[in-house]
Design a protein around this ligand. Structure first.
Ligand SMILES: Cc1ncc(COP(=O)(O)O)c(C=O)c1O
Length: 355
């Protein structure tokens, strides 16, 4: 039996044609320098490890709290909002899936500036909604045309991935005011920036702030994220999510992480310090690197070509991210690592440039 042919016929046409999201390479060896998927290079808070060590069989036997209220309470305090302003999700990615399902269909497109997070078009395709992609200018300013798209969902990734650039709170406030549909501000990397847009949820009933515990809190393996929005939006998103979308172990660990403010702040400062050094050293080597507000930098290399540098780094088991897309073909996205990882990257680059 030809399984391949038969299986393909069962799918909706858009799924059949889709290629799916392409995650960054996840090497299983440990003797590598892994700077390709923007994980935090430092471990999570010791409070998280303590909570995990205390998980008992009863906690696993029972279904979790469907709304993850222990985390909602903690995240509300940290963000100066109420628990009914918060929805927990299985990573920020799940919040994006929920938002596409809630706000987009064939007559309600999504719009976002590009280049940006490559999951957005994948989700638009699954939802079978039109994606109106509006190019950023070379400085990654907010495109004026965004508000005119008349979309059900407008997404602005801020700081943007993979540029690391930041759009001001004032500009996003004006955008929220202009839009008729929902504005989702993807703040997966905001812990490394100087400002955030969470205060907008108090003034606007159409703003959703996405947050991730993967980057600033070193919990990419746990899969936990959340959103902050006006209570009626949160109530609507709750109708779309899976009934038990976050497990009880993850809720307990994520709550411990967000409560440990001291550890979090120290961790962020270490990353920012290394980001500054990495940016300066890359510029000294001749790469063009815009100021980054995230835990990665985007380094432009025309000669030698970025793709060639990427291949040569990979041969040395130093993994960074290369996107063969328009506006990104001549660039490498490099996660800020620990000091010794960044040193290995920089000395490998020096070697490659002198070949
Ligand atoms: C821009 C952006 N948004 C959201 C996410 C989702 O993060 P997670 O699902 O790990 O919370 C990512 C992950 O890399 C990202 O880069």
């Amino acid at each position: 039996m030809n399984y391949e042919l038969r299986t393909m016929n069962y799918f909706r046409r858009n799924i059949e044609k889709a290629t799916g999201y392409e995650p960054g390479f996840q090497p299983q060896q440990t003797d590598v320098v892994k700077l390709n998927t923007n994980e935090n290079p430092y471990p999570p808070s010791p409070q998280v490890m303590k909570v995990l060590a205390e998980i008992g069989p009863e906690q696993l036997r029972r279904y979790p709290d469907p709304q993850g209220n222990a985390f909602r309470q903690a995240a509300a305090e940290v963000n100066g909002v109420r628990p009914d302003n918060i929805i927990c999700c299985n990573g920020g990615d799940e919040l994006l899936t929920i938002a596409f399902r809630a706000f987009c269909d064939q007559s309600r497109p999504v719009t976002y500036p590009v280049p940006t997070y490559s999951l957005y078009p994948v989700l638009a395709n699954i939802q079978n909604c039109r994606a109106i992609e509006i190019p950023f200018d070379s400085e990654f300013n907010l495109p004026a045309k965004l508000a005119g798209a008349d979309a059900g969902l407008t997404i602005v990734c801020n700081p943007n991935a993979p540029s690391g650039t930041f759009i001001s709170v004032d500009e996003l406030t004006s955008l929220a005011d202009e839009l008729k549909g929902v504005l989702l501000i993807d703040e997966a990397y905001v812990d490394f920036a100087e400002a955030d847009c969470v205060s907008l949820v108090k003034d606007f009933d159409n703003v959703i702030i996405l947050r991730s515990m993967s980057k600033g809190y070193s919990l990419a393996g746990l899969r936990f994220g959340y959103a902050v929005a006006a209570p009626p939006l949160i109530a609507g998103l709750m109708k779309v999510k899976d009934s038990y979308n976050v497990d009880s172990v993850a809720v307990a660990a994520a709550a411990a992480a967000i409560k440990d403010r001291k550890y979090f702040k120290e961790n962020i400062e270490k990353v920012k310090k290394e980001r500054k050094r990495l940016t300066e050293e890359l510029r000294a080597l001749g790469f063009e690197v815009p100021r980054s507000y995230a835990n990665f930098v985007l380094a432009e290399s025309k000669n030698p070509k970025a793709a060639e540098v990427y291949e040569k780094l990979t041969l040395r088991k130093i993994y960074v991210r290369y996107f063969a897309y328009p506006k990104l073909k001549d660039k490498l996205r490099i996660t800020v690592g620990r000091e010794e990882q960044n040193d290995k990257l920089l000395s490998a680059l020096k070697e490659i440039l002198s070949e």
